[in-house]
Design a protein around this ligand. Structure first.
Ligand code: TEU
Ligand code: CA
Length: 555
């Protein structure tokens, strides 16, 4: 087994708009992040993944970039960035930047030029096509509702946007585009950053000829079939030669639609492309006829099956990333567990145990380490996310669902659940800002906040701190081989990790019931490595408490 720092690391994701506001404008910023670095150091994380901080008109909160080499004014200046980076490095941590290069903003200088005329030198930086039969060039849908094509009267053609119409897709088949992107990446590497998280990188190579996609009945999003296109691996290998291989970086590709087979290419241990990918199978498990807009809950057996598939199939061939939350996902304790006050803390700890004992690099999303929950948004006016707002319009106007029904889906699955301000303390606005926050604060901040949890040795925060520290002490957590036990249990997630003469047994109760379990003989002299209840008896027949997590270690 090959050791690399990014295999042993724990990553913490910061969504800058919602992390910490330093100047009372209600918007998180870089100085705010710098002021909270001690907190992250105390948690024990190694790497910060920073969602985009580049200049952007914020149609999609920074995932629409108008200048890759400038900092968004609302977030501060390049000097603030340099100070933050120095502060991160001074604490022995690293910084991974978000790289959003499947598309730019329509306000990026390249696109401003591109749309001027059919002959403009930047025309082929983007994907322009003639309309067909008086409409869009093909039937592809945007991930944010509606067609993926926008008509532009100036040149009487359409441009492709797999996301919002203010996010035109770059044409990666144009070598000049690749050169520009690579040179921008080198520029950031020279500044001393430590890696990239690559936004929807699996979508950069479009299907030749841009053929109509197979649109499933009711399917709304992502039906372009562009994931893992014909040249994606070639382009990433080129990027690896031009940039990645020249520095000691950590890279993770956000790979919508990735399969195990494809992941073995993106994240092969041969190091020719990326270090790891984000796959989404486990968070898309309960999607329904309206895609992610559903109130279905994840079925534990299916969840175990998907997680186990990724654990076993990538072993020795590629590397996993481990996550339950990010800025696009609802809060895990609300979604996979139980956020009722009685269970929230044990449940958050159980989910953390289940994830952090697996093989791969774990990602903690801001506030997850506090057990933050989904937000009780009341009306559409409470939402800020273009995805939720567009979906509401499209679904109500097409009559596919009643407004109240959709509100229920948005409340459970909407991305804004992850984007409410970080809950620092029990003062006004959770200590995030002294101004008016850009999005509502979750009203539960007086109970759930960092200050309270730092003062409580049994808090979710301190449990995360232990899990993170354990990964540094126990090689088996990083490198042990994974195997699933009890695949048919609908209540327990049980798995083992094995490294030479050492063994871990991880037992997680995903229900609020007590569940009996027989600890296998071979764990007769095991010790408790970590657990979310006080427990001394761990042999033979035991009864798991509601949402109990227990990790036993032998050898
Ligand atoms: O997300 C794109 C994306 O595909 C995710 O929405 C993913 O499919 C989903 O989480 C699975 O359930 C990225 C960014 O993370 C997102 O914030 C941006 O809006 C989007 O790209 C466009 O840049
Ligand atoms: Ca601010």
């Amino acid at each position: 087994m090959e050791r690399s720092w990014w295999k042993e690391a724990v990553v913490y994701q910061i969504y800058p708009r919602s992390f910490m506001d330093s100047n009372a404008d209600g918007i998180g910023d870089l100085k705010g992040i710098t002021s909270r670095l001690d907190y992250l150091q105390e948690l024990g994380i190694d790497v910060i993944w920073l969602s985009p901080v580049y200049q952007s008109p914020n149609d999609d909160n920074g995932y629409d970039i108008s200048d890759y080499r400038a900092i968004m004014e609302e977030f501060g200046t390049m000097a603030d960035f340099d100070e933050m980076l120095a502060g991160i490095h001074a604490r022995g941590m690293k910084l991974v930047m978000d790289l959003v290069v499947n598309h730019t903003s329509d306000e990026h200088a390249w696109f401003v030029e591109s749309r001027k005329s059919r002959e403009n030198p930047y025309r082929d930086y983007y994907i322009w096509r003639e309309g067909k039969d008086g409409g869009a060039p093909n039937n592809w849908g945007s991930w944010f509702s509606g067609s993926a094509w926008q008509y532009d009267a100036r040149t009487d053609m359409y441009y492709l946007h797999l996301f919002s119409k203010k996010q035109p897709d770059l044409n990666w088949d144009n070598p000049k585009v690749r050169e520009e992107v690579f040179s921008m990446m080198n520029w950031w590497c020279e500044k001393g950053i430590d890696g990239f998280r690559m936004d929807v990188i699996s979508l950069i190579s479009k299907k030749p000829g841009l053929p109509d996609g197979a649109v499933a009945p009711g399917a709304l999003y992502g039906d372009s079939g562009c994931a893992n296109g014909p040249h994606v691996h070639e382009y990433l290998q080129e990027m690896n030669r031009a940039v990645l291989s020249r520095y000691d970086l950590m890279t993770v590709g956000e790979c919508a639609g990735v399969t195990v087979e494809e992941a073995k290419k993106y994240a092969s241990l041969n190091g020719k492309e990326l270090n790891m990918v984000f796959q989404f199978e486990h968070v898309e498990l309960c999607d329904g006829p309206l895609g992610k807009w559903t109130d279905r809950r994840v079925d534990l057996k299916a969840f175990k099956q998907v997680m186990s598939k990724w654990q076993t199939e990538l072993a020795g061939k590629a590397w996993n990333s481990l996550f339950l939350e990010n800025h696009d996902q609802p809060r895990s304790v609300s979604r996979f567990g139980n956020d009722a006050p009685k269970y929230r803390e044990v449940c958050a700890k159980m989910l953390a145990t289940c994830l952090h004992m697996m093989q791969g690099t774990p990602y903690v999303y801001q506030g997850e380490e506090l057990g933050m929950t989904n937000c009780p948004f009341q009306t559409l006016e409470d939402f800020r996310d273009i995805e939720s707002i567009n979906a509401f319009q499209e679904l109500t106007q097409s009559g596919k669902a009643a407004p109240e029904e959709i509100m229920g889906y948005l409340r459970l699955r909407g991305r804004d659940n992850a984007r409410t301000p970080m809950q620092w303390d029990d003062s006004e606005n959770a200590g995030f800002t002294t101004g008016t926050p850009w999005i509502m604060v979750n009203p539960n901040y007086r109970q759930i906040n960092a200050k309270t949890e730092l003062a409580d040795p049994n808090s979710v925060f301190h449990y995360y701190q232990k899990l993170i520290a354990l990964r540094k002490q126990e090689e088996i957590i990083v490198h042990g081989a994974y195997a699933l036990l009890e695949p048919d249990s609908g209540s327990l997630y049980v798995y083992t990790r094995i490294l030479e003469n050492q063994k871990l047994l991880v037992i997680c109760n995903f229900t609020k019931e007590e569940v009996p379990y027989r600890v296998p003989e071979e764990y007769a002299d095991a010790k408790v490595l970590i657990g979310n209840y006080e427990r001394s008896w761990v042999q033979g027949n035991i009864t798991l408490k509601p949402y109990e997590a227990l990790v036993l270690k032998c050898g």
